[in-house]
Design a protein around this ligand. Structure first.
Ligand SMILES: [Zn+2]
Length: 588
């Protein structure tokens, strides 16, 4: 770290911001700082690829907080070829295979889509999630750039220097590339991450990546050409350049898909693109990118980041961006039933079950080289507990500096605070209430108001949007067999089989119900009944015998209320069931 840095913040975002600002000042003094991400809308954009955006976003946001101007470019790699038909996408069938090889913007959108083509359809979902996450960016459609001739000079330059490019690529051709070619455009991320352990959905995403068959322009008997036209007849990229004249820029190609051949002038032709390993470094130079991270597989020899670093310097007279490798982000426990959008969890899916600040926090608190999982399973409740505990530490000033920085980056951006929940009731409580009420609003309001009778909730809006997220989690992620179903009728057989001790415990509970009707009160009551039965004072220290008695008392209550041995925390469950029904189920 430079000693001149006065920043007191100690998190990774600040440290990258320091480096990026210094590098930008060195390379382009007085100019806006440029950071970049790339996304390929080749299908539903996988939640794992969000790190491609969040890493530069957080750094860009820190730079904005310091009062500097930043451009965060998101390159929509929508001029990439359509590689395969993703499975399980609504409105898409096997007939989409006929479009393989065309640019993503030339493939029809799924049936029923409001968008004009495939790429726009999947971009829209991602753009919606990025808005909700507070990500400020300049989106660049590579279809627009290429078809407008924006990169004309760079394409002609690359073609003139094709022998130099070929020589750089040749340095790596003999080496084994563990990433299988590296730098293909994945479903969602243009830089698919090497994954050791993959679940079905991740495998699906990786399959779509085409990393293994990424064409770098080699293997052409007519010579090496870093440019590929899309066919003028069938629009596919199964073309082979057969000759090129540097002086006239005349290029001949034939299409192996339909047999079409034509002669074009690259000085005026706009229907083709540079191969990936040349395209990426070309754009680093063209945009002056200072910071662009990529997936971990890009550290391998022959990967597009490594090769690109040489091409940008030797061919485009540019400099490689600061490019940390980010580690894999996994998903834990996404229910199959919710993978209706192509079998992969998307950022929009995550935002249905958690608030944007929580999702931002997951990225802000971990260094890019640390992998982590995004919880769609029970773990989300523990995560929310941790988040609420952090918020309390921030409020009372006991928070550690790095944790405070991560919190600040999560709850807002340089532009301001993100929407939050006015009364952030514990997520696990909201989830339990949603579980038991199945979303009935009047019942939900009644229960949530009774949690803290001194300070009752007056409207469900106070608990939103967190309440809505917890309800979505229950309905989309918790399997039917794990849902809580409150008994309609009392379990007469079980009640009849109770001994004196059991009957007395229920009598004590029912007797105290009205005077303890709040979350805290019922907590005291359910733990207190076994103490009273054992002849102990209400504040008695728990002994092993007492703990065993409490466990069996709780199990009895669960069986009588929900016919199972466990369930939502008992105080929440009792409030949710309601005093009258509790009496009916426990008194027989
Ligand atoms: Zn063709």
């Amino acid at each position: 770290m430079a000693e001149s840095q006065t920043s007191t913040e100690t998190d990774w975002v600040s440290r990258f911001a320091d480096d990026v600002i210094a590098e930008s000042e060195r390379r382009a003094p007085g100019k806006p700082v440029v950071v970049a991400s790339g996304l390929s809308p080749s299908g539903p954009i996988h939640l794992g690829n969000l790190r491609e955006v969040m890493t530069p976003h957080l750094v860009a946001d820190e730079i904005r907080r310091r009062g500097l101007t930043v451009r965060h470019l998101i390159s929509w790699d929508d001029y990439d070829r359509y590689r395969k038909v993703p499975a399980g996408v609504a409105g898409v069938d096997a007939s989409w295979a006929e479009h393989i090889g065309k640019p993503l913007t030339s493939v029809p959108a799924p049936t029923g889509s409001a968008y004009p083509n495939w790429a726009e359809h999947f971009k829209a979902a991602m753009a919606g999630a990025l808005d909700e996450l507070g990500v400020e960016y300049d989106g660049i459609s590579q279809t627009e750039q290429y078809t407008a001739g924006t990169y004309r000079e760079q394409i002609l330059h690359a073609m003139r220097h094709r022998a130099d490019i070929d020589a750089v690529l040749d340095r790596y051709r003999t080496k084994k590339d563990p990433a299988g070619g590296g730098g293909g455009q994945g479903t969602g991320g243009r830089k698919p991450q090497q994954q050791k352990k993959v679940d079905e959905a991740e495998l699906e995403a990786a399959e779509g990546s085409g990393a293994a068959d990424e064409d770098d322009g080699s293997g052409n008997s007519a010579g090496y050409f870093p440019y590929k036209p899309y066919c003028g007849n069938c629009e596919k990229d199964l073309t082979v350049v057969t000759s090129y004249d540097d002086d006239t820029t005349e290029l001949n190609y034939t299409c192996s898909a339909c047999g079409f051949a034509e002669t074009v002038r690259l000085s005026e032709f706009n229907r083709g693109k540079l191969v990936w390993k040349v395209d990426w470094p070309m754009r680093w130079a063209y945009e002056g990118v200072i910071f662009e991270p990529s997936g971990v597989d890009h550290s391998s020899p022959g990967s597009s980041f490594v090769v690109g670093g040489q091409i940008v310097r030797e061919v485009f007279d540019g400099v490689q961006p600061i490019g940390p490798m980010y580690a894999f982000v996994g998903i834990s426990g996404m229910a199959k039933m919710s993978s209706s959008k192509g079998g992969v969890p998307t950022p929009a899916d995550a935002l249905e079950i958690m608030e944007a600040p929580l999702l931002r926090w997951l990225y802000a608190r971990r260094r890019p080289n640390q992998s982590f999982k995004i919880a769609f399973d029970q773990e989300i409740q523990r995560l929310y507990d941790e988040w609420d505990s952090l918020a309390r530490k921030v409020a009372d000033g006991s928070v550690l500096p790095a944790d405070a920085a991560a919190y600040a980056r999560a709850v807002g951006t340089a532009a301001g605070e993100l929407p939050s929940t006015p009364r952030p009731l514990p997520y696990r409580t909201l989830a339990s209430v949603a579980d038991i009420t199945a979303g009935a609003e009047d019942q939900t309001l009644r229960i949530l108001s009774e949690l803290d009778p001194e300070n009752p909730l007056t409207s469900l809006d106070e608990a939103r949007p967190r309440l809505d997220r917890a309800e979505s989690w229950i309905t989309t992620q918790v399997p039917a067999e794990a849902r809580t179903i409150v008994r309609e009728e009392s379990d007469k057989e079980l009640l009849g089989s109770l001994d004196e001790q059991g009957r007395e415990s229920l009598r004590l509970l029912l007797e105290g119900l009205d005077s303890h009707w709040s979350l805290d009160g019922l907590t005291t009551l359910v733990y207190g009944v076994p103490k009273v039965l054992a002849g102990l004072a209400p504040d008695a220290k728990p002994t092993p015998e007492l703990k065993a008695a409490q466990r069996s008392f709780f199990a009895l209550l669960y069986r009588l209320l929900v016919s199972r041995d466990t369930g939502p925390r008992l105080p929440t469950l009792l409030l949710a069931v309601g005093a009258d029904r509790v009496r009916r189920l426990l008194a027989g």
